[in-house]
Design a protein around this ligand. Structure first.
Ligand code: C5P
Length: 217
């Protein structure tokens, strides 16, 4: 599509899975590759937006023309997202933030035997919920909900509890969808009660479907 409907818009996107290191060689993380966030950045750039991509360690190259901010942990991702928030018109939180982090970081590699006791955990900040508290009414804040089983009910619960403008629910227990896959299927849900099914397609096509909806709002 040759749509240029995001000219003059600033889009802030998070991508990838955060890593919560407990020592120099071990971390708590998840299998997110950041490909959905990358696709969103490519689509937004193509449509004329100026794009900032806050991403965790990834195997892909950031597209030329995208402002890339490289982070590792949820705390670092939070700091960058809060820093760039005031300037953004659309904020899309497609990163898979780790759920917990080790309470302490050890500069020394921990002996294996110590790990079961040496690993008290604490929650990481809920970044998107914080962005929702900080954002201005004209800013659109969109989350993702990677789910198994029923994808709609938990996504709606997150849409409301985190006070988002919209959420994209996608299954991670179906073949060729979700983590690491090049393709995806999803249901777009917003706080006005709109519900749009996005049938299986590439992550780049899905990114364009998402901007088709958002650009109209
Ligand atoms: O992990 P969860 O299913 O709650 O994620 C839903 C949305 O919240 C996603 O957009 C995710 O990026 C965001 N999130 C976040 N900070 C967390 C956990 C999730 O911003 N600590």
């Amino acid at each position: 599509a040759g749509k240029r409907d995001l000219v003059g818009k600033k889009v802030l996107i998070s991508a990838g899975g955060t890593r919560e290191y407990l020592d120099p060689v071990r971390f708590i993380g998840n299998p997110s590759t950041g490909k959905m966030g990358l696709a969103l950045a490519q689509a937004a750039l193509h449509r004329g937006a100026s794009v900032t991509l806050v991403h965790s360690p990834a195997s892909w190259d950031v597209p030329l023309g995208v402002q890339a901010i490289s982070v590792v942990s949820a705390d670092q991702m939070r700091a960058s997202m809060v820093e760039y928030l005031p300037n953004a018109d659309m904020i899309i939180m497609s990163a898979a933030v780790a759920d917990v982090k080790p309470r302490e970081y050890s500069q020394q590699k921990l002996p294996k035997k110590l790990l079961p006791q040496a690993l008290p955990l604490e929650p990481v900040p809920d970044i998107v919920a914080e962005l929702a508290r900080l954002k201005q009414p004209h800013q659109q804040l969109i989350g993702f909900a990677a789910q198994t089983g029923d994808i709609v009910t938990p996504a709606l619960e997150k849409l409301h509890s985190k006070n988002l403008d919209a959420i994209i629910a996608n299954p991670i227990d179906e073949p060729d969808s979700g983590f690491g896959s090049d393709n995806n299927r999803a249901i777009f849900l917003d706080k006005q009660g709109q519900r749009i099914e996005i049938s299986p397609c590439s992550k780049l096509q899905m990114a364009h479907h998402i901007f088709d909806v958002l650009a109209k709002k």
